[in-house]
Design a protein. Structure first.
Length: 250
């Protein structure tokens, strides 16, 4: 009981301190989408629409809105082989369904632009870290990197991920098979196994970091939904575990 009361008091103090100065930020979430030469126009559209659909999922919506007064802030950008990642959705605090709808509308209004043919994943990670540094004071920082291949130019991601402005950031991955929808299932599995090993060794980091898999870009929305639920529920469940129930007990 004493432990529960103490932890509940700490939680209340976070909210009180936040309301006295600025609204509490539960999580800052930056999503970096791969638009390198391996991603054609159809796959780009499936990726954008897949993210919009994932954000519209009832389960994801509930996870975003789980802690009143402590919203998740979200931003979306794309990266490729050049040194010019592009912001797609600027930072927005998700306080209600309308905020999520605003992100979905913005995504669906985008037009694809040309990018370099290579895959500069380190540059994409560095850009995401810079964006996350714009949201100080959040309880958790998460960077998502989606890709269908390995980095082949620019700074090496295995070094960039440990740069100072990424020290408190958890980096997760979403990998996509480049095989066609009719490709042999075993071949797709081998491709994703190899790419996941690369991500685990060179890209992801931080407490609870993980890699989500999509068998093709047609599966992107389902993979993104699974990934968002894992990321958003980690902190929400952690706080709900320490809050008292209706009987005042843990």
């Amino acid at each position: 009981m004493v432990k529960t009361a103490l932890l509940s008091a700490i939680f209340a103090a976070f909210l009180t301190a936040g309301s006295a100065q600025a609204e509490t930020c539960r999580q800052a979430l930056a999503l970096g989408l791969d638009v390198s030469g391996s991603v054609d126009a159809r796959e780009w559209q499936l990726q954008i629409e897949g993210l919009a659909r994932a954000l519209a999922s009832p389960e994801v919506t509930r996870a975003f809105l789980a802690v009143e007064g402590a919203p998740v802030w979200i931003t979306v950008y794309e990266w490729a082989g050049d040194a010019s990642p592009r912001d797609l959705v600027p930072w927005i605090a998700v306080r209600n369904q309308e905020d999520l709808h605003q992100v979905q509308t913005k995504l669906r209004s985008l037009t694809r632009v040309p990018h370099g043919p290579g895959t500069a994943m380190g540059e994409g990670i560095r850009f995401g870290g810079a964006r996350l540094s714009e949201r100080p004071g959040c309880w958790r920082y998460t960077l998502d990197i989606s890709a269908d291949g390995r980095s082949n130019m620019g700074p090496r991601p295995e070094r960039v991920r440990f740069e100072p402005n990424l020290s408190d950031v958890t980096i997760n991955g979403l990998i996509v098979s480049t095989g066609s929808d009719t490709a042999d299932a075993a071949a797709v599995t081998r491709e994703l196994d190899g790419l996941e090993r690369y991500f685990r060794g060179a890209v992801i980091k931080g407490y609870g970091a993980f890699v989500e898999r999509a068998g093709s870009y047609h599966d992107y929305d389902r993979a993104m939904t699974r990934k968002l639920l894992k990321e958003l529920q980690t902190l929400t469940i952690g706080w709900s575990d320490i809050l008292p129930d209706q009987n005042g007990q843990n």
